[in-house]
Design a protein around this ligand. Sequence first.
Ligand code: NAP
Length: 527
Amino acid sequence: MITGKNYIGNKLSALGSVSHKTFNPKLNIENEVEFYEATTEEVDQAVKLAHQAFKEYRNISGAKRAEFLNAIADEILALDDQLIQSYTSETGLPEGRAIGERGRTIGQLRSFAKLISTDEWRENNIDTADLERSPVPKPDIRKTNIPLGPVVVFAASNFPLAYSTAGGDTASALASGSPVIVKSHSMHSGTGELVASAIIKAAEKTGMPNGVFSNITGSGRVVGTALVKHPKVKAVGFTGSISGGRALFDLAANREEPIPVFAEMGSINPVIITPGAIAQRADEITTAYANSITMGTGQFCTNPGLILTIDNENTSNFIKDLAKKSTAIAPQCMLHPNIKRDFVKNRENVSSQSGVEVIASLTQEIEPNYAPTQVSAVSGTDFLINPEMHQEVFGPFSLVVRCKDEAQLIEIINSLEGQLTGTILAEKTEYQDLEDVTDALQNRVGRVILNGVPTGVEVCPSMTHGGPYPASSDSRFSAVGTNAIRRWVRPFSYQDWPNELLPDALKNENPLGILRLINGKYTDSKI
Ligand code: NAP
């Protein structure tokens, strides 16, 4: 049952009087439950409990924490239809998407559980002593990675499960040994509360300390600001707008003790389509990209918002075909009236810039919160001089740029802000000519894709979901895949520590049987 209350550790709490309701964008009505926003006192209680829980949780074995993560996955599945109904009623997204995203969330939890079942992920290094070294003997130094402490996670509006309450940020932080306080997203507070109840049940069943997880409701920035400013919070995970992520980053940097903010923000994901690819398979490409532009109503951080072509006799038909196919796909509901409002405003802003031509825009009468898809085009010269066109339009929209030649294409790539992805569509015969384009892209993006679409982010250890600012606030880390755990730990070294007092991962006899870097060589042998 959804109560509208906060979880402060294991207890439901509603001390405040400010409340909000979520919105069903499909029916264009408010949902019934009222959600009580956390008071300053409740925020403080949640963080203090997390701080207290950290003392115990950080020392709980990887195998026990893995049990906890697997139990969360089981409890989420046990929510069954109740969760799916809440998800669809708060987002306008279809049931199939809800079920798919739940599967992804469960998969992420289980992959982190598997990762931490041994301590190999801590990247343990051992440099043994050399007492004979001259002029000074070399000490024995052993390094591992340890958790940072309480992490605040901001749930994302566009992934109510996979990037929210028990999403990638929460799963990776809990896996690392850090307690988590989630700032629930006000657009799907009910879904957030249900998932929070599953986490709390799992924590109780597996004997985790009270405070290892809290779920805080709030809208209007007050609660998020209080959480980031709290002195006992040690790191922040965020997915959302550039303005939101940047505000939280600045807030964290200005604390007396600055803390890291791992924010995944805006991206227009440039797609480069070569003349050869257009000449050989325009039909296949326009079909795939019409689907990619409109997938999830364009509300994906990897949406292909910018398509770069080199102008020739085939370009006009290619653009017209892409626009026709994109607008022929039935319009879908957006997450919330405010997201639709921002989509229309930002789309109008880009499309009204000098030189931009709207190629096709859905004009038929549609339901209030449904998104009218649009494809526009502009010359490379106009695009280069106007940064307004470089901004993210969150929704089913793409701007096609007609570059005059490869030199201008590269100049455009170099002029872009940091991006999550860059895609190249090219024929095999053109591969040897792609070096300069690839080089320029590598400098701007976190992941390059060849002959595919940027939407659809595989969850695996080799995935990089991040990129130079503003795609993310720290391009050294990924928000997706098991490497995301590295955001919540810090290196820690033991010097000349007695073997029996070292953690198992660093002991001479290697009781965990894991791979370690010993005197510069990866090995699972004993010392
Ligand atoms: P958002 O406005 O950035 O909000 C995300 C979360 O951060 C919310 O919980 C919000 O709290 C909090 N927040 C934002 N600014 C804050 C501030 N200055 N201080 C404290 N907390 C703050 O994102 P959104 O609500 O998900 O969507 C708004 C727009 O962001 C979309 O229209 C889209 O343009 C963009 N967006 C982009 C992506 C992407 O992947 N690229 C994903 C989602 C959204 P409150 O609820 O209290 O406001």
